[in-house]
Design a protein around this ligand. Structure first.
Ligand code: SAM
Ligand code: SF4
Length: 351
């Protein structure tokens, strides 16, 4: 694999005007907004079967509060890309209006949603009309029985319908996110790639990370990028000459296949654990209850909700957001014996 070990060196970085910079000179331009911590699935690598407490309603940002923070990020802090996620973002009633407000900003950010696909069949066109550019849909198996075991819900057909609707609505490239797990679905890598290629979807395998609510992740049994690529040997993947930039996925060209736009088909692997890309990270995260996280694996958060609700002007909120990014750590440190899994699970942070 290319890349890997992309480290960062300390710069004498303080706050940079109009930017979300950290001490290492990284600048965040990609905002992940979690719109809810709730979900209509219970994927085993993400949520427990039951018993996860939801955020109380009054702690969650209103649609207007979310839109205001997105505006501040875009207008004052150099954010150019906004991804709505969760939990399951499609269960947020105000999603279409939140997207519409974001699409009206100047400069207009690129807008996408990461979803499990349930309900996308109904909402894809409205989201596109509101200004959404594209979607990532999570799909870990082609087998409805396995899907039910993995997500604890019988909704496989809804996800497939959501994928088709997204493509029809032009929310392209439609990307599929897949997490493989040993002895659960790791035999499906070639079939999932063939499915994606046949439908013109772009598949990305994501290494499983220690972000499950149950804290059951195990470094020794996780399916690594190396394993995934070996499982795809029959496709004779070729290195992708297009630079990866700050994108987390390393991509490969799949010879003999075309993407929907007529270009070469690609497959990606997001090797967050075994080939961390922290040195190039350009993310900042806003949780559904208005906390800024400078990293998926941060153990601290900065409260913008309290500031927002105290009547603070945009400028003070922007400065607080900049301050929240400064102490971002150089790397997630998963392999460090002192690594501490964040207390909030992926579903509450926003994946
Ligand atoms: N519910 C939506 C979905 O499933 O796409 C959005 C939220 S979900 C947390 C975002 C992405 O994170 C999904 O692609 C999911 O597969 C992935 N994910 C969840 N838990 C994960 C974990 N422990 N390791 C790696 N990826 C994970
Ligand atoms: Fe829900 Fe997405 Fe987590 Fe699955 S991965 S439980 S769909 S938030």
């Amino acid at each position: 694999m290319r890349g890997g070990g992309r480290g960062v060196g300390v710069r004498d970085g303080g706050i940079q005007p109009g930017k979300l910079a950290d001490r290492f000179g990284r600048v965040a331009t990609d905002l992940r907004v979690s719109l809810t911590d709730r979900c209509n699935l219970r994927c085993t690598y993400c949520m427990p079967e039951e018993g996860l407490a939801w955020l109380p309603k009054e702690q969650q940002l209103s649609d207007d509060e979310v839109s205001r923070l997105v505006r501040i990020a875009v207008e004052r802090l150099g954010v150019t890309e906004v991804r709505f996620t969760g939990g399951e973002p499609l269960i947020r009633r105000g999603l279409v209006e939140i997207v519409r407000a974001a699409a009206a900003l100047e400069p207009r950010p690129r807008l996408s949603v990461t979803t499990n696909g349930i309900g996308l069949e109904r909402t894809a066109e409205a989201l596109r009309d509101a200004g959404l550019d594209r979607v990532n849909v999570s799909l870990d198996t082609l087998d409805p029985v396995r899907f039910e075991a993995l997500t604890r819900r019988n909704r496989h057909a809804d996800v497939l319908a959501g994928l088709s609707a997204a493509a029809r609505a032009g929310l392209t490239p439609v990307k599929i996110n897949t997490v493989l797990m040993q002895d659960v679905n790791d035999d499906e890598a070639p079939a999932l790639l063939r499915f994606a290629l046949d439908h013109g979807y772009e598949l990305r395998f994501i290494e499983q990370m220690p972000l499950d609510a149950q804290h059951q992740w195990d470094r020794h049994t996780m399916v690594t990028a190396e394993h995934i690529l070996a499982a795809l040997a029959e496709f004779d993947l070729r290195p992708d000459e297009v630079s990866r930039g700050t994108a987390p996925a390393e991509t490969w060209i799949v010879p003999g296949y075309k993407a929907l736009d007529g270009g070469p088909a690609r497959v990606g692997v997001i090797a967050s654990v075994t080939r961390p890309f922290c040195g190039d990270c350009d993310r900042t995260r806003l949780t559904a209850d208005g906390q800024i996280r400078n990293c998926l694996f941060a153990t601290d958060e900065s409260d913008l909700r309290a500031l927002l609700r105290s009547g603070a002007p945009d400028e003070a909120i922007a400065t607080s957001w900049q301050n929240a990014m400064l102490p971002k750590r150089p790397g997630h440190g998963i392999d460090n014996p002192a690594f501490l899994q964040p207390s909030r699970p992926m579903s509450a942070i926003g994946g």
